[in-house]
Design a protein around this ligand. Structure first.
Ligand code: FES
Length: 327
């Protein structure tokens, strides 16, 4: 873990501006985010600026902050947090990132680092003599299955040997890095076996035909349809309410007028009970009359004796003074 700081002021450019093409790209990118969320474009804009100039300068951070309406410190926090952002000047033709994490280290990453030390500079993040090359050690770049590997800008070069890395560095130094094919540097496809495939070698012979379902059997001729019954427009007789005679209507209205409102309302909680039970519960209850005392068959309390719990044989009168039993 190293402290990531901006480069010294002596190497910082005075200003930064996107090229016309990159400025249009940045405007389009910012427009992808909903209103008020334009700050989410900070990482894409910083990465685009790095692709343009090779590294992230102080002027770049200030420019991106102004474009997104952010405080400078917020953009600085992002740029110094992610190690993908280069805060120092890098080689103009190649910045070699050597993976030094365990799988690559076990497969010879140390030898690749020694190549970078000898061909570029002894220390990482330093330019070579003509300023075209630089290198650094990074954490896993996600190509462990083809370890060891290096990344140069956005491409990875895998299954490396020290000799092959020297050739790659020489090619980039000469300005012909585009001629190097990225990916595995040995005879294999992606992470397949070296020298060609060893399984599933047959040429596929099966052909797939579209499934056509068989036609359904002929259905027997249907009997002649009976004439449709006429639609009933009236309700069934059981559901029809008979017309009430005028005398009955008059009687019902009088009863309703004379009955208190509370008595007319059916209690909801008994609505599901049968009618016989509901009638029973609707009957007025008689006032409770206190029953006369029933004479007890027991003798008066004063004559009752209780049995001692200790001996269960000695009778002690309740009213008399307590006496110790003779032992
Ligand atoms: S450990 Fe090197 S790419 Fe993953």
């Amino acid at each position: 873990m190293t402290v990531r700081r901006l480069a010294d002021e002596s190497v910082q450019p005075a200003s930064f501006a996107f090229s016309a093409e990159n400025a249009a790209w940045a405007e389009k990118r910012i427009g992808l985010y909903p209103a008020g969320r334009q700050q989410s474009a900070v990482i894409p804009l910083l990465m685009r600026a790095q692709d343009q100039d090779g590294w992230v300068t102080r002027a770049t951070i200030e420019k991106v902050a102004e474009m997104l309406g952010m405080p400078y410190i917020r953009v600085l926090e992002v740029a110094t947090f992610y190690t993908q952002f280069q805060l120092q000047p890098v080689g103009t033709r190649a910045h070699v990132q050597v993976c030094g994490t365990t799988p690559c280290m076990l497969r010879g990453a140390e030898d690749l680092i020694n190549v970078c030390r000898s061909k570029i500079h002894h220390d990482p993040h330093h330019l070579n003599e003509d300023g075209t090359l630089s290198w650094e050690e990074v954490e896993c770049a996600g190509a462990c299955v083809n370890a060891p590997m290096v990344a140069i800008f956005h491409d990875t070069y895998e299954d490396l040997t020290p000799a092959r890395l020297e050739e790659i560095i020489d090619a980039f130094h000469a300005g012909s890095g585009a001629s190097i094919k990225p990916g595995p540097q040995i005879d294999r496809q992606f992470s397949g076996p070296e020298g060609g495939e060893t399984t599933l070698l047959e040429t596929p012979t099966a052909t797939r035909e579209k499934f056509v379902p068989p036609a359904p059997p002929e259905a027997p001729a249907a009997p002649a349809a009976a004439p449709a019954a006429p639609l009933l427009r009236r309700r069934p007789p059981m559901l029809q309410s008979p017309a009430m005679s005028p005398r009955k209507t008059l009687l019902r209205s009088r009863v309703r007028r004379l009955t208190p409102r509370s008595a007319r309302r059916r209690p909801k909680k008994h609505a599901s009970l049968p009618m016989s039970l509901r009638r029973l519960m609707a009957r007025p209850t008689r006032p409770c009359v206190k029953a006369p005392p029933v004479p007890s068959p027991m003798p008066p309390r004063s004559t009752v004796a209780r049995r001692s719990a200790r001996s269960r044989q000695l009778l002690v009168p309740l009213t008399g003074p307590r006496r110790r039993p003779n032992r």
